[in-house]
Design a protein around this ligand. Sequence first.
Ligand SMILES: N[C@@H](CCC(=O)N[C@@H](CS)C(=O)NCC(=O)O)C(=O)O
Length: 208
Amino acid sequence: MADFNLTCFGQSGNAYKAALALSFAHADWQPVFIDFMNGAHRAPEFMAKNEMARVPILEHGGKTYSESGVILDVIARETGKLGGETQDETDEIRRWIFWDNYGFTSTVAPLRFMANFVPEEKRSAEVMGFLQGRLRPCLKVLDKRLGEHGFVACGRPTIADCSIAGYMFYGDELPFDLGEFHHITEWMNRLRAMDGFKPPYEMMPLKA
Ligand SMILES: N[C@@H](CCC(=O)N[C@@H](CS)C(=O)NCC(=O)O)C(=O)O
């Protein structure tokens, strides 16, 4: 058993947030595959660990954590890396993780899901149009922030970057163009250049 065990699957951007943080922190960790596409997250064994039936979960030090925001906090606390050095910094990092959870990932994840994993005849143009409409203001906010600060919080890589980057490295699966958002593209290049970076399908398994 590794020190950190992350239950995940290749397609999960929420799990990738944690995988990226563990890898950037050079933690002793391993991915534990869950057969999400066949409903394993609703099986009693998994729900005994997370009654919300959502992936990822992180097992560490005899405890099980769910919700990527909490998991990222635990990784920063336990490894002493990628977190805030003062309470103000920690607050700032959390502010962006909450923004990601409610505003950004909540838009990007269903858009990508619908574009790639829902059969074309079942896709809703109305829902996708609504999500695209919500996405654009988020991209503008993020681009401005990154243009001014280089990274999401504290002017250096933190778990807030890992959270917001969760879905950004799925390449062609993302049904939007970053064309005009140069600061986002440059930030992604900075993350790519960091020691420990790997794209999601190289970091997390697609099968057992
Ligand atoms: N807020 C949660 C979201 C987790 C989540 O929705 N994960 C997806 C997989 S990427 C899931 O388990 N979905 C199950 C469902 O929606 O029923 C987090 O950040 O961990």
